[in-house]
Design a protein around this ligand. Structure first.
Ligand code: PGA
Length: 253
């Protein structure tokens, strides 16, 4: 089954409202005013800029989403943002379990699992981020670490839901470091993830799931990454902040 590539920008804690608007306007100019028909483009701004980004992107086919959320519809959770608030803004996707959430903010697999399930409950596509640290890879434990993140992160997720899922494989040592996984190493992990999905949910679901690579994706390495059979997209941090480099990544060959 042909999977539609998903190129997503994760702006992290960057850009004021006016900077965000200027960036998406320039991106649209560079893409000829519309999302390309054969790939999905998603922008995940900081919460404060989502509404302004929506106002620019509405009707262009480019989607917008969030970098995180709290897994409750509403309540006494000072400082948090709910899935209802995100769908109210037209968000289609939410990143869950990003390594910065796991390692800087101490999020564990149980909370991440609640977020995945809440995303499905509220009709948001969760982009579940998984990935090993350098010490794990050096010890040959990368598959075991990622498998544990999948098992615990997807607990209770049905096959019907899993079909909609996006997984982002982001080796922690490659995020923001300029060090990209070699395309063949990334492919090996993506194939491992797809085999795990097939074991859990069946081959048909596994073939439908979009698996993105993330970690220092740049204009000069995106083509060889996207040429791998199980790499279906990119989750882009640093190189998504500038419209020219992100547009080039969107236009991978
Ligand atoms: P990077 O970030 O592209 O700056 O490495 C990727 C990510 O953290 O999603």
């Amino acid at each position: 089954m042909a999977r539609k590539p998903l190129i997503a920008a994760n702006w992290k804690m960057h850009k004021t409202v006016s900077e965000a608007v200027a960036t998406v306007r320039e991106l649209l100019d560079r893409l000829g005013g519309q999302a390309p028909a054969d790939r999905t483009v998603l922008i995940c701004p900081p919460f404060t800029a989502i509404a302004a980004v929506r106002d620019v992107l509405e009707g262009t086919g480019i989607l917008w989403g969030a970098q995180n959320m709290y897994p409750r519809a509403e309540g006494a959770f000072t400082g948090e943002i709910s899935p209802r608030m995100l769908t109210d803004l037209g968000c289609t996707h939410v990143i869950v379990g990003h390594s910065e959430r796991r390692h800087i903010f101490g999020e564990g697999n149980q909370l991440i699992n609640e977020k995945v399930r809440a995303a499905f409950e509220f009709d948001l596509v969760p982009i579940l981020a998984v990935g090993e640290k350098l010490e794990h890879r050096r010890a040959g434990l990368q598959e075991a670490v990622v498998e544990e993140q999948l098992v615990k992160g997807l607990r209770g997720v049905t096959a019907e839901q899993a079909r909609q899922l996006v997984i982002a494989y982001e080796p922690v040592w490659a995020i923001g470091t300029g060090e990209t996984a070699r395309p063949e190493d990334a492919q090996a992990m993506h194939a491992f993830i797809r085999r795990w999905l097939a074991g859990q949910y069946g081959e048909e679901v596994a073939q439908a799931v979009v698996i993105q690579y993330g970690g220092s994706v740049k204009p000069n390495n995106v083509d060889e990454l996207m040429a791998q059979p199980d790499i279906d997209g990119a989750l882009v941090g640093g190189a998504s902040l500038k419209a020219d480099s992100f547009a080039r990544i969107v236009q991978f060959q």
